[in-house]
Write a new protein. Sequence first.
Length: 357
Amino acid sequence: MADLSVTLCGLELKNPLVLASGPLSWGAKGVRAAFASGAAAVVTKTIRPQATANPVPHIAAVGHGSLLNTEGWSDLPAERWIEQELPSLAERDGVLIASTGHTPADVEQLAGPLARAGADMLELVSYRAQDAAPMVATAKRAVAIPVLIKISASWPDLVAVVEGCLRAGADGVTAIDSIGPALRVDVETGKPVLGSFAWLSGETVRPIALRAVAETCLRHNVPVVGTGGVNQAEHVVEMIMAGATAVGVHTAPLLEGLCWFSKTLSRIDRWLQDRGHACLADLRGLALPHLEEPASPGRLAFAFDWDTCTQCGRCVTVCAYAARDLTPTGEMLLNRGLCRSCGLCVSVCPTGALRVE
C-alpha cells in the first residue's frame, strides 16, 4: 500500500483529503461523519459572531460536477460552536480546522475562543483582499495554533495578497475560495436560478484553482491546501503535482455522498502503485519546474494506435484547420502543411490512441 500521509503546517494527516468548509461541515455531526468516511481533516462552516439566515433556495447543481450557491456563513451562532460543537469533537480521528472571518474584528473576537474550544488550526476567510493580512496578524496575536488564509482567485493581485499574509505570519494558504459573482438563468422562467448572483464551485473552477496553487508555490515554500474542482483521484494527484500539500474538497462529496472519500483514497493508492510510486508526498511540486521553462517552438510528433481507436472521429471534428482525416479502413491521415501543432486533437482522444511522442 502506498503512503498517502502528508504534513500540513506541522500536523500529520493520514491522507491528503480535507473536507473544505461548506454545508457538510455544518456542525459536529457533519464533521464527525466526514472523519468517519475518511477525510483526514475537516474545515468547519465559517463561524461568525452571529448566525446567518440563508435565502431559499441557496444551492443548485449546474452542469457536470459544479454548484452555484448564495449561502452565507454558519447558521449556528459562534457561542454554539465554542460551547458545544467543537468541544464535542474532542475524541476525533483527524485534524479539526475552524473557519472564521470575515473581518479583523470577527477574528479578534473568535480566534482565541475557537482555539481553546479544540480547533487544531484556523482558516481565515474574507470577501475583501485588504482584510486578509490584518486578519492573519490579529489571529497570530491571539493563538499558538497554525493559521491558514483562504484566498480568492477573484482578487486582482493574488500574489501581493499572499505575500502580505505571509509577512503577517500566515502558516499556510488555502487556494481557492468559490469564484464569483456568477450567474445562471432559468430560461423557462427568465429568473436567476438562485434568485441573484451566486458563487461557483466544483469541476468548472479546477484549472483556476490549480493556477493559484502553482503560482503561490512557485514563489513561496509554504503549505497550500489546493481546493476547487477536485472530483476524482487523478485530480488529487494533479493538485499535489501543482504544489499543494493537501487537497480540499466539498462539491464532489456533497453531490456523490461521503463515500467519495474512501473510494477516492482507494483509487489514489491504486494509481500510485500502478506507476511505482511509494509515497504521494514525493510527487509534490512535480509540475512547477516545467512552468518556468520557456515556450518551445516547433512541431509536435504524433503517434497513432489503430487497435485502441474507437473511430469516434473527435480528432477530425476538432481540427480547425482540416488537417486530419480518419479513413474507414483505419488509416489516420495528417496534412502537415495544414497542421499547426495545437495539440487539441490529442487532448480529446478518449482512449489515448492518438498521442504525442
